[in-house]
Design a protein around this ligand. Structure first.
Ligand code: ZN
Length: 246
């Protein structure tokens, strides 16, 4: 089985369509989406439609929760909050219905999907180092778990007989073999707003037959989405950052 994992789309249709095209070329059988379809970007409904049409296994992100009033936005930064206020009145009833149907955690052996961490998923903590990875891995009862939220890709691997010994593969486009590891936690990075100083859209690819995991990057039309962000009246910084990958 080939699993294609995308997330943190953030209403960026240009990035999402480029990633989906690349995933189809990879021969993906199962599509997974780790949350935050909306927020920051100019085309939330378009992105929800694409995720639905792909039949993605999907969980709820913090920006998705915020537009549903399930999350207090006082801890969001000003630009994120402005984008939530911009997004809310533009969502169609069917978009809200779709987002309301999402769960914090989707368990589909051999994988689990959660936006931030399996450790208190409703708190939307970030996995950015082995410290947080251990907390999430302790709750992981499938071999694979896919997360996003930090917008920085990385893969954490461990064996059940040495749970404190975390093998980390920081962002790299190399294929890695996870054979011999019992638990794999994969942060797939962000489709629509990468923050690892690489502006290309990121997604994950896992081949469960071969035991291989891979973070892939795709070039997309950044000026195209920047134009839409500015035309929409969203904060300029949300357009500028896309060219820098921050
Ligand atoms: Zn996000």
């Amino acid at each position: 089985m080939r699993i294609g994992i995308l997330g943190d789309i953030h209403a960026n249709t240009e990035a999402l369509t480029a990633v989906v095209k690349s995933m189809r070329e990879d021969g993906v059988d199962v599509f997974v989406q780790v949350g935050d379809i909306v927020g920051y970007g100019p085309e939330p409904s378009e992105c929800i439609d694409i995720v639905r049409e792909l039949g993605c296994v999907t969980c709820l992100g913090n920006h998705d929760a915020a537009v549903l009033d399930l999350l207090d936005t006082s801890y969001f930064n000003n630009f994120a909050r402005a984008a939530i206020h911009w997004t809310k009145p533009r969502l169609r009833p069917e978009d809200l219905k779709f987002l309301r149907g999402l769960q914090l955690v989707e368990r589909r052996p051999p994988f689990t999907v959660v936006h931030g961490s399996l450790h208190m998923p409703d708190q939307f903590g970030y996995v950015i180092s082995p410290v947080e990875a251990i907390d999430s891995l302790d709750q992981q009862d499938t071999q694979l778990c896919f997360v996003g939220h930090s917008h920085v890709p990385a893969i954490y691997l461990r064996r059940d007989d040495s749970p404190q010994d975390i093998h980390v593969v920081p962002h790299s486009e190399a294929e890695i073999s996870y054979k011999g590891f019992d638990r794999i936690l994969m942060n797939v990075g962000s489709v629509g707003q990468p923050r690892d100083e690489d502006p290309r859209a990121a997604y994950g690819l896992v081949d469960t037959d071969l035991g291989i995991a891979n973070i892939k990057r795709v070039v997309y039309d950044i000026p195209g989405v920047q134009r839409k962000i500015r035309d929409a009246g969203l904060p300029d910084v949300l357009a500028n950052r896309l060219a820098l990958g921050v």
